[in-house]
Design a protein around this ligand. Structure first.
Ligand code: SF4
Length: 255
């Protein structure tokens, strides 16, 4: 496993800040060859799959299959898999933990006591186990996605949530400084496939019961966990949050 010290990481952040995401990905690939993985969520970060096919074909690609994704997302994943001839590693929740959770709380507990427990079981823990074997992982995070939680992300940073077996896990965010419009210009310019849900008003796409289309004037993240406040709108993968207080009344019809 390749380890990065703080000085090298800061140098990368400084020297590559204005570089095209493709070159950031290329650099990460050279640095962490064989120990780099890319999280593909089935939304706009398909641009990273396209770039990786060109500059980092050896990268491991994974998706978090929570079991609650929209069927259109699965169709899209299949389209991308075929188009770019990539192997997609599927991370699934621990079956026993999931079964116990559903037995105790049912299928929609996130509407009444917050999404963090469900996200922990279906996303955070499978990812924690998987990342243990890598030096670095690539995400599609951007600063413009959430002013409350993502405004300070850098193109290279040490992961504050997950770790690996031998040192500090590095998180690479090649799209950190791109805007929503830049991502979409790139998608159209390169004729990159995209999730059909985007055409139906879904801008940020996650699990089916926790994602809705947004209305004109709403923020991208207003379509995710719309019954919770902005500072809670992370699933625990990129930001550790305090769970919502128990017994909080939530109007689930307020779509
Ligand atoms: S997004 Fe919703 S359904 Fe998906 S893991 Fe989180 S709480 Fe569960």
């Amino acid at each position: 496993m390749k380890e990065l010290d703080e000085k090298t990481l800061n140098t990368l952040v400084r020297e590559l800040a204005d570089t095209h995401p493709r070159e950031i990905l290329r650099t990460a690939c050279q640095l962490f060859d064989g120990s780099l993985t890319l999280g593909f969520s089935g939304a706009e970060d398909v641009v990273l799959v396209e770039m990786a096919a060109e500059v980092c074909p050896s990268i491991s690609i994974f998706i978090l299959d929570t079991g609650r994704l929209h069927h259109i997302t699965y169709q899209f994943l299949e389209e991308v898999r075929k188009k770019y001839q990539v192997t997609i590693n599927v991370l699934s929740p621990d079956p026993e933990e999931l079964a116990n959770f559903i037995r105790e709380k049912g299928f929609f507990s996130f509407y009444t006591d917050g999404h963090h427990e469900c996200c922990r079981i279906r996303k955070v823990e499978p990812l924690r186990k998987y990342l243990h074997g890598f030096s670095a992982w690539v995400t599609g995070l951007r600063r413009d996605q959430n002013a409350a939680t993502r405004q300070n992300i850098e193109i290279f940073e040490f992961d504050s949530t997950f770790s690996n077996g031998s040192g500090k896990l590095v998180k690479v965010n090649p799209l950190a400084f791109w805007t929503h419009d830049q991502v979409w210009a790139y998608i159209h310019e390169r004729d990159i496939p995209f999730n059909e849900l985007h055409s139906q008003g879904y801008l940020s796409i996650g699990c089916e019961p926790c994602t809705r289309p947004i209305k004109p004037g709403e923020h991208i993240r207003d379509g995710r966990w719309w019954w919770e406040s902005h500072e809670h709108k992370e699933c625990g993968i990129h930001f550790v949050q305090t769970p919502l207080p128990k017994n909080r009344k939530i109007d689930i019809n307020k779509k």
